[in-house]
Design a protein around this ligand. Structure first.
Ligand code: AMP
Ligand code: MG
Length: 330
């Protein structure tokens, strides 16, 4: 089967992407978080195809991407005050809000929930394409369900290239991990459903110190966010997590990789490991940008095990620990 055609950022390519999307084609495109597999959210057949291409279970609802407030209003029944404040502070950006849905949003998009997940991305090329398409786009990460999220066009080509006709190349993603998701659909509480680039502290500060609940009651039949599934973002090679500041075991069994947060930490490991580091200095934002690319690269190198040092548990580090813990789950 022929592989996908790559589009760029020329006005002609953006116009074409917009038309194809509006007419119901799927296109993988860059956002500031990860690459998304985008389709017209108002066309049921297109939405169904997104699930099929990813192998995503229908219980796992999709995020709708928009470029202006008029679109937010068209897909929601109501915008509660907390939601408006957070959107004003962080949109466009890596924040997804769970809001009461409008009738035009199908149950397929929301997995039967009365709420819809909405995000206004900041990536300039994503915004131009959204504007050209002029419809809300459903866009989960452009990877087979459960595998490592894509942070550049080559990642999408590697794992979905034969199942897609179009990939827009916008270079590497700036944040590198998926959006922070908060449920603002209830007046009494703001709940964090998935940690991401924006920390709960940053959200709370915008809401005059209102506590952000990080306790998410699990409903096995209907997870509030698929990020909550125990196993996700997973390479095929087994991962073993090491606490921040610690080293892997003295004598590795077989050929093992050691990925530290910084170069210094990598180079001071016991001998016998293939050594890597996420960031020269251990900067958590750098780690976020390189996390998924590193996991993908290592997954091609046939190690018997990959040891990974966790970052410190604050700010974006909380989201990185969340992704790594799920990536390591078996
Ligand atoms: P992904 O597209 O893979 O980044 O995942 C989208 C995330 O948004 C998933 O974790 C979904 O469960 C979450 N999500 C989408 N719609 C809803 C909703 N209506 N209620 C709660 N979570 C949602
Ligand atoms: Mg995903």
């Amino acid at each position: 089967m022929p592989s996908a055609t790559i589009l760029g950022d020329s006005d002609g390519d953006v116009r074409m992407a917009g038309t194809l999307l509006r007419e119901g084609q799927l296109i993988a495109l860059p956002t500031e978080t990860v690459y998304g597999l985008a389709g017209n959210a108002l066309l049921e057949d297109t939405v169904r195809q997104i699930f099929t291409v990813k192998g995503r279970p229908l219980i796992d609802p999709l995020i709708l991407h928009v470029h202006e407030w008029k679109q937010v209003e068209s897909i929601t029944a109501e915008i509660p005050p907390h939601a408006r404040k957070l959107a004003e502070a962080f949109w466009p950006g890596p924040l997804t809000l769970i809001l009461p849905k409008a009738d035009c949003v199908s149950d397929l998009v929301t997995a039967g929930n009365p709420t819809v997940a909405v995000r206004m991305p900041a990536h300039p090329l994503a915004r131009r394409i959204l504007q050209a398409a002029d419809v809300p786009l459903a866009a989960p990460s452009a990877n087979p369900f459960g595998y490592i999220s894509p942070t550049c066009a080559a990642h999408v080509m590697d794992s979905l290239g034969e199942r897609l006709s179009w990939i827009v190349d916008g270079g590497p993603c700036q944040a590198g991990i998926e959006s922070t998701i908060v449920d603002v659909s209830r007046p009494d509480a703001v709940r964090l459903l998935r940690p991401g680039p924006l920390s709960p502290d940053a959200l709370s500060a915008t809401l005059d110190g209102l506590p952000i609940s990080t306790h998410t009651p699990q409903d096995a039949a209907k997870p509030a966010a698929p990020g909550l599934l125990a196993r996700h973002y997973s390479p095929n090679t087994p991962l073993c997590l090491v606490s921040h500041g610690e080293q892997p075991p003295e004598a590795p069994e077989g050929r093992c990789a050691w990925v530290a947060t910084s170069r210094q930490q990598a180079e001071s490991s016991p001998s016998g490991y293939d050594r890597y580091w996420f960031s020269e200095t251990g900067d958590p934002e750098d780690i976020a940008r390189t996390l998924f690319a590193m996991l993908r690269k290592l997954d091609t190198l046939e190690h018997s095990r990959i040891y990974i040092e966790l970052p410190p548990a604050n700010g974006i580090g909380l989201a990185l620990i969340d992704r790594l813990t799920r990536a390591a789950a078996r």
